[in-house]
Each structure stands twice: as C-alpha cells, then as structure tokens.
Design a protein around this ligand. Structure first.
Ligand code: ATP
Ligand code: ZN
Length: 279
C-alpha cells in the first residue's frame, strides 16, 4: 500500500499519529527531509498537500490525508472516503476591522483576495453576487492592507492570524477538516486501513469524562438545562444556600464547548476525570 501525507505543515503530525494509532509502524528516526519511507508492505510519500489529490487520482498512491478544502478546491470530492476529525478550519470572509461590510451581500463590485478561487466562485455564483476574485497563493491576509482587495476569503481556525493583521471574520462559506482520500480502485489493504480508522474514531468518540464542580444556585437551572442536552447521569447535591455540587458524565469530544459554557456561568472548583465506560 502507498500512502501520501503532508510533508510538513498543520496536518503532518496528526496524520502520522492517526496512522500509528491504526497499527502502522513508522521508523523511529523519521527524518524531516525524507520524502519517501518504505517498510516491507508500505510506502509513505511526504508531499505538499496540494499535490496529494492528483497523486491519488492517478493511482501513484492508494490513500492520502489532506484538508477537505484542498479536495473541494480541486473538484475531486469524489475521492473522499472518510472525515477524520482533526485539522478543523473554515473558509471565511474577513474584512479590515474598521470596514462597514457586514456580509457577502456587501461585496458586489468589490475585489476579494483568496487562495480558493473555485470554492469562492461557486459560492458567489449561488448567491448571485458579482465580485472580482483576486487569486493569491499565500499570505492572503495582507491583501486589504496593501490595497489589492477589499476583503479576503481565507482559512481560519482560531482567528488569531486575522486579528494580528487587523482583520475581522464576517461570514463562513465552507467548513473543513482532514479527510482520507482513496483511489477509486483502492486495494484490500486500503479497505483494511479504513476499517481500523473507523474503529479508532468510534473508540475516541465514545470516550467520556467525569466533571465535578460547584455551580452557583442562581445559574443552576441554566447550567442543568445546557448539560441535559448532551451529557449523561447528572447528579446534584445541594450544598449551601448559594452553591450546588454537580457531577456529570460528558462525551470527551465536546469537553471544550462544555467547559466554555460552565466558565461563562461562573462555576468553581471544577475537576475533570477520565472515565472508561465499560458498560
Ligand atoms: P503545503 O506546504 O503542504 O502546501 P500549506 O501551507 O498549503 O502546506 P498548511 O498551512 O500546513 O498548508 O495547512 C494544511 C491544511 O491544514 C489546510 O489545507 C487546512 O485543511 C488545515 N488547516 C487547519 N487550520 C488551518 C488554518 N488556521 N489555516 C490554514 N489551514 C488550516
Ligand atoms: Zn498547500
């Protein structure tokens, strides 16, 4: 089996970790400069992410891991076999912080800089918005500051790059994560790997955490109704006039949403414990 992974960049490490979790052995001395490593039944190619979809389509490699954004931009979505649950980001419009543009509806006749002209063109066409697309291959955030565009359409995850370039995000047009792509006639080994990835993902999604904390009584009903939506086995023990002690089991993959919401509601003394759900 031949696998194509990003040589360096945001998906490199997690792609390797995922494959290791699925039982693929990498050499211990994985050098950053090696573009190909081979074991007895496996070749791994390290490539620029943009080249991976074509390598898979042409059958040079059987399986690849790449951002869904790249696959859609190259109109090769038929290669996608699985969403992998990492490398989350979104393709969004952003404008200078002081700009009055509120949404894409305001972009008629304006110029938008992007590295994703195909996805952007389709979106504008569907929305009946007539804008100029200025294609740039990197550092898109600089375009409004140097006067070559009114807005940008670029990948965002935390938003910190936009912020440090005095831009604000106003609308998302595409949500992305890492995907497994596969040659249409992928080998038996490739199918086996997909099965393992599925099992690994299922195990990860079924991991639970136990949260223990004190909730202020004046926010109690709000906190409990929020937790009831996605959590299991919630116990509350009235503690004092102002606080209630809560213990609840939450799915690990949404832990950060839950912690953010609890923080907004002023909970204190919070402890998170890992719990194996046996039965
Ligand atoms: P290459 O040298 O392989 O062409 P690159 O510069 O195009 O690398 P990276 O910046 O490493 O690519 O991003 C790889 C992928 O990571 C993106 O295509 C996207 O799917 C995902 N990603 C996640 N968060 C972000 C983000 N904040 N900005 C850009 N890409 C992100
Ligand atoms: Zn790239």
């Amino acid at each position: 089996m031949k696998i194509a992974l990003q040589k360096k960049g945001r998906l490199h490490e997690e792609s390797i970790n995922l494959l290791k979790a699925c039982g693929i052995n990498f050499p211990l001395d994985l050098s950053k400069d090696k573009l190909k490593i081979s074991t007895y039944n496996l070749d791994i190619f390290f490539l620029r992410d943009d080249d991976i979809p074509s390598y898979i389509q042409e059958g040079v490699a059987d399986i690849g891991i790449v951002g869904k954004n790249v696959v859609f931009e190259q109109e090769k979505s038929f290669l996608i076999k699985k969403h992998l649950g990492f490398g989350y980001c979104r393709l969004s419009f952003a404008v200078p912080k002081e700009s009055l543009y509120k949404s894409s509806k305001d972009f008629s006749g304006k110029c938008i800089a992007t590295s994703y002209p195909n996805i952007l063109f389709k979106f504008l066409k569907e929305q009946n918005i007539c804008s100029y697309i200025h294609k740039i291959s990197g550092s898109v955030e600089i375009a409004p500051n140097i006067g070559v565009a009114d807005a940008i359409c670029d990948l965002v995850s935390s938003g910190s790059t936009l912020d440090s370039n005095d831009l604000k995000e106003i609308e998302t047009i595409f949500s992305s994560e890492a995907v497994l792509i596969c040659h249409p006639k992928s080998s038996r080994l490739a199918k086996k790997l997909i099965f393992r990835l599925q099992a690994f993902k299922r195990a990860r999604d079924n991991k639970y955490l136990l949260l223990l904390f004190n909730a202020p009584n004046k926010k109690l009903e709000k906190i409990i109704s929020f937790l009831h939506k996605s959590c299991k086995r919630l116990h509350r023990i009235p503690k004092a006039a102002l606080w209630t002690y809560i213990q609840v089991i939450v799915p690990a993959f949404i832990i950060w949403n839950i912690l953010d919401e609890l923080k907004r509601n002023s909970v204190k003394d919070l402890v998170v414990l890992e719990k194996m759900r046996v039965f």
